[in-house]
Design a binder for this molecule. Sequence first.
Ligand code: NAD
Length: 352
Amino acid sequence: MLDFIYDILPSRVIFGAGSLDRLPEEIERLGAKRALVLSTPEQREQGADLANRLGARAAGVFDRAVMHVPTEIAQAARDEAARVGADCCVSIGGGSTTDLAKAVALVSKLPILAVPTTYAGSEMTPIWGLTEGGVKKTGRDPRVLPKTVIYDPTLTVSIPPQFSATSAFNAIAHCVEALYAKEANPIISMIAEEGIRAFARSLPYVIKDPTHLDARSDVLCGACLGGISLGAVGMALHHKLCHTLVGTFNLPHAETHTVVLPHAVAYNAPAAPEAMGRIARGLAAPSAARGLYDLAASLGAPLSLEALGLKASDLERAADLAVRNPYYNPRPVTREGVLALLDDAFAGRPPR
Ligand code: NAD
């Protein structure tokens, strides 16, 4: 019999090619008069374009977002928001830029309007992250959930093919782990399975032709579903492993998700048969783990941790760190199990 609790998060989603044109009316709807626009240095021009579109409602552009939100950058953005008297943050970019807006909102309570341009999904979650002295802390706080999200697939045609694939795998990982989460529920499971289906169906077209707007749109919708899944329930072994590998061994974020996911799924398969069925159905593949590995391979995505710069001598330490603090996982996490998983991921072998 069904028995579950699901806190549905309040946010407004505007989705569609050209929907960025609605930015001024959406800012007005939020009641904001002095928006601070945030971007990375690489997306400075897009940040400036947003400020232009906002006209008198723009208070300035802060273009120093970088991966994992170092506390110094977070403080600089908060100071800039205070200096210009901002009453709202508008972020344009990937997870790094959205997370910078969240770092501002966490202390100032300013509302966020997010314009995502990758598939990371942060815009749909109340999760923040901050890095101090090389150590990343994350937490959940309803204050950081963006009030409005504008998904415009035309902004994603510039994502290079390799990053399209790995960023998508980051989102697929949110869907996958939501399916066997401790707080899993049938509503999120439907959303997560549909997210996987959208990626499996449309990613090949995106990789073949990055300007394919129908496929870009489908994949961006999958990213939204991945974000909803991540925001609603807790994650497990896969996310823990990636957090360790990225944080301690300085591996690239989206690529690490891509390489580890098939192996984490293979590890959890015996303990989560229903989730595996949904993943396989979403992928239209006979097996969840193998289906993910084959999808990554077919997209030309990286398959081995060695190719990402990990050393064979790091594997033991990574396994130690991954089992140091207990956390929920459908299958008990053992050091030798994790070491075998990491060894497969290191070599880029198909999952067991
Ligand atoms: P990113 O935001 O760091 O972007 C990577 C690079 O790609 C940047 O230089 C960016 O400017 C550029 N870029 C972004 N969109 C582009 C586009 N359309 N065309 C060309 N270049 C583009 O990368 P990411 O993978 O989106 O985000 C990763 C970060 O997000 C990590 O720190 C991760 O922990 C975090 N994250 C947070 C959550 C959350 O819920 N808080 C969820 C997922 C990821």
